[in-house]
Design a protein around this ligand. Structure first.
Ligand SMILES: NC(=O)c1ccc[n+]([C@@H]2O[C@H](COP(=O)([O-])OP(=O)(O)OC[C@H]3O[C@@H](n4cnc5c(N)ncnc54)[C@H](OP(=O)(O)O)[C@@H]3O)[C@@H](O)[C@H]2O)c1
Length: 291
């Protein structure tokens, strides 16, 4: 059996996906810039170094694609990779994209369009990660150090999703039979429940930051408060946390969309694809109490 190449293989979704595919006996290749010395499946892969692409792809026929992080235009780095994937006979590419619209990220939208247009291409548009509430994400760091969440999103809500549920959805799509590449087959009726090449992945409920802070306070016993700020101030916070200027500004501008209710979305895709409901925010917190 050919392997699945997992880019971002040591990250939040890639790491969980690696575990799920191994449990199912699917061979994996775990790609990152810093391959673990003791892992025989680990392979050095750097988006910025095309010489590493073909070597990572060889012997694989499916790819989980986590685009280069902290950039609004991943296309220049991902295009040569997709060309190499075509040459080497990759049949399925599953892209991790964002459901939240980042102002100025036309390149990311174009990448999603290209993956959707490929035979066997699937785009997973993930909502905000629950893991953002944990360090080392800048928001998680701030909660840990100052007990506060700074946001310009007002009462806008997000369908927060646990990264482990994104991994579960990706595992389902990557291991679906060839003739049903985009969805789960319903065990009872034999009908496909979803045959699109695009899935909006969310948690079970949309929560504002204020809702999330209340749940955090209840579960940790430590008060977490929400501090309303302007987008400019938020961008400065992200810059101070080390994000590149343009990316920090775009990330802060996402809050304006949230405020307008544009990302107040909840889907059934995790349940449809995996047969299990996505984790609630309270379940996520219970699993990460120590952090
Ligand atoms: N956070 C959110 O709310 C949210 C919502 C929707 C979508 N997303 C998307 O999720 C993606 C991040 O996924 P994740 O959270 O699973 O990953 P992650 O935990 O941020 O980890 C990043 C992974 O990519 C690897 N990596 C970083 N730079 C690389 C490079 N230049 N070349 C090759 N590999 C590199 C890292 O390993 P090394 O550092 O060892 O290379 C690591 O395995 C981003 O594209 C983001 O836009 C995030």
């Amino acid at each position: 059996m050919n392997a699945v190449l997992i880019t971002g293989g040591t990250g939040k979704t890639g790491g969980a996906l690696t575990g799920l595919l191994r449990e199912r006996g699917v061979p994996v290749r775990v790609a990152s810039r810093t391959p673990a010395a003791g892992d025989p499946d680990a392979v050095r892969f750097d988006w910025a170094d095309p010489a590493t692409h073909a070597a990572a792809l060889r012997g694989t026929d499916r790819v989980y694609l986590v685009p280069p992080v902290s950039t609004l235009d991943p296309l220049p780095l991902v295009e040569p990779f997709l060309a190499a994937a075509d040459r080497l006979g990759v049949r399925r590419v599953v892209l991790l994209a964002s459901a939240l619209v980042f102002p100025g990220s036309d390149g990311a939208l174009e990448l999603a369009e290209r993956v959707r247009a490929r035979p066997g291409g699937v785009v997973l548009r993930a909502s905000g990660f629950m893991q953002n509430f944990l360090a080392p994400h800048p928001m998680g760091e701030r909660i840990l150090r100052h007990g506060e969440i700074r946001t310009a999103s007002g009462t806008g809500r997000v369908g927060w999703i646990d990264a482990r549920d994104i991994a579960a959805a990706a595992a389902a799509v990557l291991t679906a039979p060839e003739d049903a590449p985009h969805g789960r087959t319903d065990g009872r009726s034999g009908e496909r429940t979803d045959d699109r090449s695009d899935h909006l992945l969310t948690g079970p409920a949309a929560l504002s930051y204020r809702d999330a802070a209340e749940i955090l306070t209840r579960h940790t016993g430590r008060t977490v408060r929400v501090v309303p700020v302007e987008p400019g101030e938020l961008a400065a916070t992200y810059r101070a946390a080390g994000l590149p200027d343009v990316f920090a500004a775009s990330l802060a501008a996402v809050d304006a969309n949230l405020r307008a209710g544009r990302d107040d979305l909840v889907s059934t895709a995790v349940l449809d694809l995996t047969g299990r409901p996505p984790r609630t925010f309270a379940e996520f917190l219970r699993d990460h109490t120590a952090r």
